[in-house]
Design a protein around this ligand. Structure first.
Ligand code: CA
Length: 230
């Protein structure tokens, strides 16, 4: 199936890395817009409406976390963070401000390409799910097409990943989905590495829609409570 060319905003202040990533993404058929610092990233995001953002954490001006916070406030968009080290605190902050995935430097270019493709596939699948329209689960209302959620009558603002996670759980209310299945469906990752990522996002989702709406089946996975009223 032919899709329109996807536009990626690349934010990286190191010229060699910026150039190498740009060359590879262009070779893969993407339209690449570049920025080199925090303020530039926000300006380019607003000007070019990219489909995805590849975002270095350490940047001049303000850092990648602040960029992520600001752009997610404008429009939800998938964000792949590039971190200098495998620092769990860094990664948790990234997830908290709306990053969807991260890569630790140094990384293989083919790994970056695979992660970008997986994030974009996820957006496509979520759009297919969105074709199912709105769903009411007790006092939880999900407008799949508009990507909006209300809990107990109040609108809840979710990151793209949190929304997709909720959408997949909502397709089969009450049915347990394994963390591996969620990882494959929501993140597009085959295999079982990264289940901790699922746990982090479920935790964030619970904090926003109410902890008791998502049931943990210990050692297996998660289920959305069906028809929960309060
Ligand atoms: Ca940097």
């Amino acid at each position: 199936m032919n899709r329109p060319t996807r536009r990626i905003l690349l934010v990286e202040d190191e010229p060699v890395i910026n150039g190498a990533i740009t060359d590879r993404l262009v070779a893969e058929g993407y339209d690449v817009v570049r920025a080199w610092d925090g303020p530039g990233a926000v300006a380019e995001f607003t000007a070019h409406a990219p489909d995805l953002v590849v975002l270095d954490v350490m940047l001049p001006g303000f850092d990648g976390h602040e960029v992520c916070r600001r752009i997610q406030a404008v429009r939800p968009v998938p964000v792949l963070m590039l971190t200098a080290r495998d620092d769990e605190a860094d990664i948790l902050v990234g997830l908290a401000v709306g990053a969807d995935d991260y890569l630790t430097k140094p990384f293989r270019m083919r790994e970056l390409v695979a992660r970008v493709a997986a994030l974009l596939r996820r957006v496509d699948r979520a759009a297919e799910l969105a074709g199912r329209g709105a769903a009411d689960l007790g006092d939880l209302r999900i407008d799949a097409a508009g990507r909006r959620v209300w809990a107990g009558g109040d609108e809840v603002h979710l990151t793209p990943t949190e929304f997709d996670l909720l959408l997949w759980l909502a397709v089969s209310p009450g049915v347990v989905l394994t963390r591996e299945r969620l990882l494959a469906e929501v993140w597009g990752w085959p295999g079982a590495s990264g289940t901790r990522t699922v746990d982090s996002h479920v935790k964030a989702l619970r904090a926003k829609i109410g902890a008791d709406r998502v049931r943990t089946v210990h050692g297996v996975g998660y289920a959305l409570e069906a028809g929960h009223d309060r």
